[in-house]
Design a protein. Structure first.
Length: 157
């Protein structure tokens, strides 16, 4: 097969077509879960830094340090709705942050679909159990139920 003959002064290049209109990305109607997970990891990470360092400062630095942390200290803290909310936020954010991270690792390293499915089901089950039990402990903790303990805040009931 031979190349087409070119005549001097003739057109050596094929004519260019008019460029197409610029690329328009179509709007997806389904949510982008990976983007939401990525954003959640960044925002929850920042919130956890504040919550955890606040928790460590109050429990370990302020007052008598580690020597003050006992049943009475926790009972006194959890008698306040502020500290219940603080610890609940810390529990939920840390658990969901960790679950999302482990979910990402499972997606990256589990090769078979069935293995990936069952690992994620075990992860989600463990997450639900920890969140339910932790939330129940925070909100149903009653330090005054032990008659051998005599706390100041128990007499106010």
């Amino acid at each position: 097969m031979s190349a087409p003959e070119q005549t001097p002064g003739g057109s050596y290049a094929p004519a260019l077509e008019t460029p197409r209109s610029p690329y328009q990305r179509s709007r997806s109607t389904r949510p982008n879960w990976e983007l939401h997970g990525w954003l959640f990891m960044r925002m929850s990470g920042l919130a956890l830094i504040v919550l955890v360092f606040g928790h460590l400062f109050i429990n370990l630095v302020q007052g008598e340090g580690i020597h003050q942390v006992d049943w009475g200290f926790v009972a006194g803290k959890w008698s306040s709705p502020f500290w219940q909310t603080w610890d609940l936020l810390m529990l939920w954010l840390a658990q969901l942050h960790g679950t999302n991270g482990v979910r990402t690792v499972i997606n990256d390293y589990a090769e078979r679909d069935a293995t990936r499915f069952w690992l994620k089901m075990a992860l989600y089950l463990a997450t639900v159990i920890v969140l339910v039990v932790g939330t129940l402990v925070i909100f149903t903790f009653d330090p005054c139920a032990d008659p051998t303990r005599n706390f100041d805040f128990c007499s106010a009931r």
